[in-house]
Ligand binder design. Structure first.
Ligand code: ATP
Ligand code: MG
Length: 338
């Protein structure tokens, strides 16, 4: 077997070192990855936001014989119509107003490498059929071209949505689903592999210490207990952001509960002296609604389904509790209203 170039070995080792496993479920995933990476099968990575889909996609690429060529990520969420076609298939000079020079699309850029279709669930329905056609023989034309181009790409797709449910609702083509999902890999949310949290915290602190050229602090047992109990709706990304935030604003040798931001500690505050059942209910419902909106990336219909209430009831509660989220379902600045 041909040995990979030294820079590929370096990048591969760096990515593998970056990716913390630390539990049976992730070891099982890596086993599958090692089995399928060398072959040109299309892989669909599923998992909530921040679970590590993109990082794993890069690792699969680096473990494949395509590692010396490009890994091209494309976010399907921001593209539609002609912009989508242009991004994926490119254009010839003069193909449309503003096309002053010919430009390669992502398929061509990923030739002999890997094309990573991020947020594949967001592919506009009207573009899905064209896309499926190209996946048949990887032959297409740039916009405005007369000649066809054939490329050799390996496809890895990722989504945090349930594609089977989208198929049932008529939002995603079933034939496209089976084309992109030859091997499905589901990355569990962080709250289902809490045992990895201490290892991850240690890893992120090492990284911060190196990045900011400071000594690595210890973590008090109380803080670790809080981190282990939290639900992490934003998964590994949320944990890594919190560690960075805490590291930057505290220069103590040991991170204790006083170092944790108040909006984070809000989730763990003690109940007040006089327990007002209405307030308790409001707090609990607010927290559950915020988590549902976060996990469904702001999709109210899905959030209502997750909460087992009607969209109308959800609308009512959002108003009654003054819950405000941005369009991705992330809580707006500050702690949720109490
Ligand atoms: N197992 C892990 N070990 C170490 N770092 C991780 C791990 N999983 C994810 N990360 C880190 O968490 C962050 C989020 O990961 P990534 O972008 O791959 O998630 P994602 O699933 O693609 O999220 P989204 O759905 O929001 O795009 C990155 O900084 C990544 O390096
Ligand atoms: Mg991603």
């Amino acid at each position: 077997m041909k040995l990979p170039a030294p820079h590929v070995t370096f990048l591969r080792n760096a990515a593998m070192e970056e990716f913390i496993l630390g539990c049976d479920a992730m070891h099982a995933i890596m086993k599958v990855v090692n089995q399928v990476a060398p072959f040109d099968v299309n892989i669909l990575l599923t998992g909530e936001s921040g679970t590590g889909k993109e990082l794993l996609a890069k690792i699969i690429h680096l473990l494949s014989p395509r590692a010396e060529n490009s890994f091209v990520p494309v976010n399907c969420g921001v593209l539609s119509g002609l912009i989508f076609e242009d991004k994926l298939f490119g254009h010839e000079k003069g193909a449309f107003t503003g096309a002053v020079a010919a430009k390669k699309g992502c398929f061509e850029l990923a030739h002999r490498g890997t094309l990573f279709l991020d947020e594949v669930s967001e592919l506009p329905y009207e573009n899905q059929v064209d896309f499926l056609r190209v996946l048949g023989d990887y032959t297409f034309q740039r916009i405005g071209a007369t000649e066809s181009i054939t490329v050799d790409v390996r496809l890895i797709s990722a989504t945090n949505r349930n594609l089977k449910e989208m198929i049932r609702n008529g939002d995603f083509r079933e034939d496209l689903f089976y084309r992109i999902q030859v091997v499905p890999i589901e990355i569990p949310p962080l709250r289902e592999r809490r045992e990895v949290i201490p290892k991850m915290v240690d890893h992120f602190l090492n990284r911060m210490a190196a990045k900011y050229k400071r000594a690595k602090p210890d973590v008090s047992p109380e803080v670790m207990d809080i981190l282990l109990r939290y639900d992490w709706p934003g998964n590994v990304r949320e944990l890594s952001n919190l560690v960075e935030r805490v590291f930057i604003v505290n220069e103590k040798a040991c991170i204790d509960t006083g170092c944790l931001p108040s909006d984070f500690l809000w989730h763990f505050r003690d109940p007040p002296e006089d327990i007002d059942l209405h307030q308790v209910r409001k707090d609990a419902e607010t927290r559950a609604i915020l988590q549902a909106l976060y996990r469904t990336v702001g999709d109210r219909e899905k959030a209502a389904q997750m909460l087992k209430i009607s969209p109308r009831t959800l609308r009512y509660k959002l108003k009654a509790y003054s819950i405000r989220v941005d369009r991705n379902g992330r809580p707006q600045e500050g702690p949720p209203p109490s």
